[in-house]
Design a protein around this ligand. Structure first.
Ligand SMILES: [Zn+2]
Length: 102
């Protein structure tokens, strides 16, 4: 395990006594398995969340089935990118309040 901040890469200094002087060691759960991540003081104060850890697999419906979009062929990928999301319209709203989400 590297002694660098997960977010900015800054070196985390650990004394011989095992004390971290400029950051925190954080414990997260990854599918029930504990993982330890270092964050420098600055990044820890900005966000305690674990970001950019794993690529997220996104599923979307295609031809009636939910499939990972990473496996879509070129044509279906293009069709997926051109999809537009709509919010269901509240009948009491006036038409200029309707917004397109994507
Ligand atoms: Zn950092």
């Amino acid at each position: 395990m590297s002694n660098n901040c997960k977010d900015c890469g800054k070196e985390i200094i650990i004394t011989d006594e095992g004390e971290i002087t400029n950051g925190k060691q954080l414990k997260y759960l990854d599918g029930g398995k504990e993982i330890l991540i270092f964050k420098c003081e600055e990044c820890f104060n900005k966000s305690q969340e674990l970001n950019n850890y794993k690529k997220t697999e996104v599923y979307s419906r295609c031809c009636g089935y939910y499939r990972p979009i990473q496996n879509f062929n070129k044509g279906i990928r293009r069709q997926y990118e051109e999809r537009v999301e709509f919010r269901e319209v509240d009948p009491t709203e006036t038409p200029d309040e309707i917004e397109i989400i994507k």
